[in-house]
Write a protein that binds this ligand. Structure first.
Ligand SMILES: NC(=O)c1ccc[n+]([C@@H]2O[C@H](COP(=O)([O-])OP(=O)(O)OC[C@H]3O[C@@H](n4cnc5c(N)ncnc54)[C@H](OP(=O)(O)O)[C@@H]3O)[C@@H](O)[C@H]2O)c1
Length: 292
């Protein structure tokens, strides 16, 4: 058997990253990867508490270069699911990875849509607009990097009534052609399964953009499924371009507004997905029933 791939992961306690921990630990315990948890000084690393699991401190600021270089020693894959407000601090990772003889790819904290430059130019998208800056810096420094794009996570779309879909109240917001267009959405377990599998062949990821989504219902399919689940017709409301123009200025609503636009205009961008084996997901009805 070949030696395990050296994989380091920052963000294991995060909203998104906590979902990736369990498939990574499984690969670690199966000897496919050697997982190393990265964390800043003072992070809660009381779990996972697995004997022999290495944890390394990083410091993503001007003073952290030597600490970070030591933490990057021997790594082949570095995954970051750092919080959006700290996106730009990932450039300190890049400085430490520059010239690495072992690194196959740095998977930066993207995990969002294929936003267009027009989307990213809106005031409310300022944090999202930092993600391409991290990629540009990686290119400058010659550090291999991977963009992992997703749909809006299903747990947010259906669990928090995002995009104007209210599963509990059986309502759906119409915008442009979203009734006939397909929405791209990604369940967190699928994302974690796919990513943990894809890193086993890291050279295939270097300097690539990959797309991970597991549900592509049209608006009509969502409406029909909600109507079936509730036994009553789904109430239709309407989103307006006037509201969209206000929403993109506000960081609280800009991402949702941008996804609504992409859905309504069928403008999600590149869509080719890598092959991911062994995933058994839920169908749309099962998925929506989970949010009643
Ligand atoms: N597609 C979607 O629907 C969707 C939805 C949500 C998020 N996202 C994306 O997913 C990514 C992760 O977001 P999230 O919501 O999971 O993040 P989060 O929970 O807010 O934070 C993730 C981790 O970042 C770490 N962190 C924060 N500042 C740090 C620093 N200066 N140095 C080192 N570590 C630091 C924190 O570690 P400790 O506090 O433990 O130290 C935290 O556990 C982002 O890129 C976000 O845009 C996508």
């Amino acid at each position: 058997m070949s030696s395990p791939i050296q994989v380091a992961f920052l963000g294991h306690k995060g909203l998104i990253g906590s979902n990736l921990l369990s498939p990574l630990l499984k690969s670690h315990q199966e000897g496919k990867i050697n997982l190393i948890i990265l964390h800043r000084q003072g992070s809660d690393v009381s779990s996972p508490n697995i004997s022999g699991l290495e944890k390394r401190v990083i410091q993503l600021d001007e003073e952290g270069l030597e600490i970070n270089k030591e933490a990057m020693e021997g790594l082949e894959v570095v995954i970051s699911s750092i919080t959006s407000p700290a996106i730009l601090s990932q450039t300190y990772f890049l400085e430490a990875l520059k010239g690495s003889k072992t690194l196959k790819t740095f998977i930066h904290s993207d995990f969002g849509g294929n936003f267009t430059s027009e989307d990213l130019a809106h005031d409310g998208m300022a944090l999202m607009a930092l993600k391409p800056k991290v990629v540009a810096r990686a290119v400058e420094l010659g550090v291999p990097i991977t963009n992992v794009r997703t749909g809006m996570f299903a747990e947010i779309v259906f669990g928090y009534n995002a995009l104007g879909i209210n599963v509990k109240e059986n309502s759906f917001e119409v915008y442009k052609d979203n009734i006939k267009n397909q929405l791209r959405t990604t369940t967190l377990p699928y994302w974690a399964h796919a990513l943990s599998q894809l890193i086993l062949d890291p050279l295939k990821l270097a300097n690539k953009t990959i797309q991970l989504y597991d549900h592509t219902p049209t608006g009509q399919e969502i409406i029909d499924t909600l109507s079936k689940i509730h036994g009553t017709p789904t109430k239709l409301t309407h989103y307006t371009t006037e509201q969209y123009e206000k929403d993109v200025l506000d960081p609280q609503s800009a991402i949702q507004a941008s996804v609504k636009r992409a859905w309504g205009e069928d403008d999600f961008g590149e869509g080719e997905q890598p092959e991911v084996s062994g995933w058994v997901g839920k169908d749309l009805e099962e998925l929506l029933r989970g949010y009643l």
